[in-house]
Design a protein around this ligand. Sequence first.
Ligand SMILES: Cc1ncc(COP(=O)(O)O)c(C=O)c1O
Length: 308
Amino acid sequence: MPFPKADHIWMDGELVDWDAATVHVLTPTLHYGYGVFEGIRAYPTDRGPAVFHLRPHVARLLRSARLYPPLDTVPYTVDDLVEVILDLIRVNGHEGGCYIRPTIILGYGEIGLNPLPSTPQTIIATWEWGTYLGEEALVNGVRVMISSYRRIGKNTIPPAGKANGQYLNSSLAKVEALRAGYDEAIMLSEDGFVAEGTGENLFIVTDGVIKTPPLHDGPLGGITRASAMTIARDLGYEVVETSLVRSDLYLADEMFLTGTAAELTPVREIDGRTIGPRGPVTERIQATFIDTVRGRVDRYQDWLTYVD
Ligand SMILES: Cc1ncc(COP(=O)(O)O)c(C=O)c1O
């Protein structure tokens, strides 16, 4: 789906017009996927746009870069990039909120599988982006299938990072699910435990207990995942990180996905088995999540960075 252009994209200190923000066709990241990125959202609030968990996202970007030298040689700190992002949102005038996409790639100048001689290039774009899995999905839930593609192994590509090329794995699973008539794929780890969605973490509710796979089963340490766990515990629910197998999903009372793009999306069906409409636990956590990102929950005000 095309997304709306903004006025400017930030490229290593320069504000470049959207249409002029290009890289050379021999930029090595285009060929080998060696780069890292983040996905961040700003939401409209009564006090203007506010970015949800801005610092943790920027910190994760720089952690991902540390996994992929020489991307870790970027000359920016978390504080620098936080300021750049806030300025860019102001310059682009995203009063109603936006999606923010920073990426650190290998700049043009070297080609070949050795990334070390390349110079990193940092690019940050913003645009106004609606719901990822559809407005209706937030209420009625999505239909998912367990993918035949396994989530990248710990010693294949580090699952803790967000590297551009690793999303081949997610996209293969996504295409398989879409072509089979589902909305989203759930990926198992190499040893058969539930890992996560293609760009979302996964939760189930069984007998009132909320369960999510532990990081050693391969999911990304999602920032929305951590927020949902805190909200759920503060609402009085028991939340456990525990390994799950596919039958745990089939037998769940409720299931939902979390992520910056997908926000908090209920799952209504898995592999042709009905889980049901959005359940009461999912609905409560989702409602608090929505109020939080809109700046309506005092307790979580420090999760937001107001743009103005
Ligand atoms: C593979 C994967 N899992 C989970 C998530 C959700 O993470 P977050 O809540 O930090 O956006 C993402 C998105 O960044 C992702 O790419």
